[in-house]
Design a protein around this ligand. Structure first.
Ligand SMILES: Cc1cc2nc3c(=O)[nH]c(=O)nc-3n(C[C@H](O)[C@H](O)[C@H](O)COP(=O)(O)OP(=O)(O)OC[C@H]3O[C@@H](n4cnc5c(N)ncnc54)[C@H](O)[C@@H]3O)c2cc1C
Length: 474
């Protein structure tokens, strides 16, 4: 129960996404009085699951990365002792890329994966070097990539156009971007977090990760208010004073951290009139990442998938990066040749996602069920030829659905688009013109999903704690 009093909080966090939850845990653990206000009736943001007709579906993300020894996600879950509440599993292979000519598995053993690539592309000399570069955490290796696109990076290492296409194809699924637009830095991060050290899954569904973080937050003394939308961040003389909920309750606090979309934070919760023109223009010119059209299928017990349950399949019927990108831009799903999908570890459900641009409500209302049927026909090729016979439940989510449940601008999957021109996301973490306001989550970094968002949550807490010096550390 929230104290919900006129007593001032040290910190109010708006949003219980992974960013808000991780940030909240570190602050509450350090002894601060922290409240998280979440508009949805469950914690997790995109990282939630839901039940229909006895099936449990992951709403959006299906796994996380960076859980190797020394990986950032492992460090965070261990430090917070959230790992003790979860059983993390990882399929082997974690991922499989399927193209017209090849099926390339990404094994948990990196050397085995490198051998798979080397067998197919024997003339290429830099395969091992390239994969180890992507995993290198030395900032010097990454700083070289600052001004390059991922496509340019591939050109430096390889000559075979098919290999370059294969290494670029997963980005359509992950960030909705082709390698000729994707920043090399972001691409390298995504590739290592999703493919080389990815596929980690909390047994029971993605909601268990968010629930475990929320539970830990409360054990540290934090308060979580669900079904509580914040409608305004109160600011006086350029200093934050607290938040106002939809029911007009004012909750005072010294700091406010927004885990929600940067546009909502600045344009609605703060108000355009409080922004400098320069900042407003910068915000307006930022480009969001693509959204997703998601298919949820519940299947009967006799369903036999073609590929290893739990492994993530990147299925492409073309190598043409340009054509795939065009079909995403036009939104013509009938012509789509890219699918990402996973048969659940227990084979009871199938999740398939395809990158799409936002469009409008009417467009999705008109096309949702037509696209659902088209996609089911197409994913037969990578799930099972007799898939139709086994479906007992089917539904889909559109960018409108993703926006409805999280308020992410245009249903963007990964915050801002990971393009080179947006490489350094300006001022969004700690805007200089309003004191004691911070932002956290995927709108303050570029395209790195759950592990990157968790890191930003951790880092935001550290920045605030350095400023504040906690009263006590638990
Ligand atoms: C289809 C899809 C597939 C994905 N797949 C993967 C994957 O497999 N692996 C991976 O690592 N990443 C994946 N991602 C990306 C990943 O899910 C996100 O980057 C990450 O979860 C973002 O977390 P966040 O905390 O920044 O924001 P969010 O999850 O968006 O959380 C923000 C929270 O703020 C709340 N909120 C918003 N406005 C208000 C308000 N006014 N008042 C109160 N609360 C508010 C929202 O309800 C929400 O709970 C995927 C994303 C999508 C959409």
């Amino acid at each position: 129960m929230s104290r919900y009093s006129s007593e001032e909080y040290d910190v109010i966090i708006i949003g219980a996404g992974i960013g808000g939850l991780v940030c909240g845990c570190y602050l509450a653990k350090a002894g601060m009085k922290v409240l998280i206000c979440e508009q949805h009736n469950k914690p997790g943001g995109y990282c939630t699951s839901f039940k229909r007709k006895g099936f449990t579906f992951d709403a959006a993300p299906h796994c996380f990365g960076s859980y190797r020894e020394g990986g950032v996600m492992r460090k965070i879950l261990k430090e917070l002792e959230v790992d003790k509440k979860l059983t993390i599993i990882r399929p082997d292979p974690s991922d499989i890329i399927i193209t017209p000519d090849y099926k390339i598995p990404f094994w948990n053993d990196l050397e085995r994966t490198i051998n798979e690539f080397q067998k197919i592309f024997p003339k290429e000399r830099n395969i091992r070097k390239f994969f180890y570069l992507l995993l290198d955490t030395n900032p010097k290796s990454f700083s070289k990539m600052r001004n390059l696109t991922f496509g340019e990076l591939l050109d430096e290492y390889f000559t075979d156009e098919k290999l370059k296409a294969i290494l670029s194809l997963p980005f359509f699924g992950i960030g909705g971007l082709p390698s000729f637009l994707m920043s090399a830095f972001v691409g390298a991060k995504l590739f290592s977090e999703f493919l080389l050290d990815g596929g980690y899954y909390p047994k029971g569904g993605m909601q268990t990760l968010s629930d475990a973080l929320a539970e830990r937050f409360k054990e540290f003394g934090g308060e979580l208010l669900l079904s509580s939308r914040v409608k305004k961040i109160k600011v006086k003389d350029n200093i934050v004073k607290g938040v106002i909920l939809e029911n007009n309750t004012f909750l005072p606090s010294k700091y406010v951290i927004s885990n929600c979309d940067a546009r909502q934070t600045f344009l609605k919760l703060i108000g355009k009139e409080k922004l400098t023109t320069e900042f407003y223009n910068k915000l307006n010119n930022m480009i969001p990442s693509n959204s997703n059209f998601i298919i949820y299928l519940g299947v009967d017990a006799s369903f036999k998938p073609l590929y290893n349950p739990g492994s993530f399949i990147y299925y492409f019927s073309s190598y043409s990066i340009q054509k795939i990108y065009q079909s995403i831009q036009t939104g013509d799903i009938e012509k789509y040749n890219v699918f990402l999908l996973r048969v659940a570890h227990d084979k009871s459900t199938i999740y398939a996602g395809i990158p799409v641009t936002y469009k409008n409500k009417n467009y999705w209302k008109k096309n949702k069920y037509k696209f659902l049927e088209t996609c089911i026909e197409k994913i037969k090729w990578c799930t099972s030829q007799d898939l139709l016979k086994h479906i007992v439940y089917k539904d889909a989510a559109t960018p409108i659905t993703l926006h409805k449940y999280t308020y992410n601008y245009k249903g963007a999957s990964f915050g801002w688009a990971g393009i080179t021109s947006q490489f350094s996301v300006p001022d969004f973490r700690k805007p200089s013109f309003i004191q004691n306001l911070f932002l956290t989550g995927h709108w303050t970094t570029l395209g790195v999903g759950i592990s990157g968002t968790a890191y930003v949550g951790y880092d935001t807490a550290k920045i605030l704690l350095r400023k504040e010096k906690p009263k006590e550390t638990k």
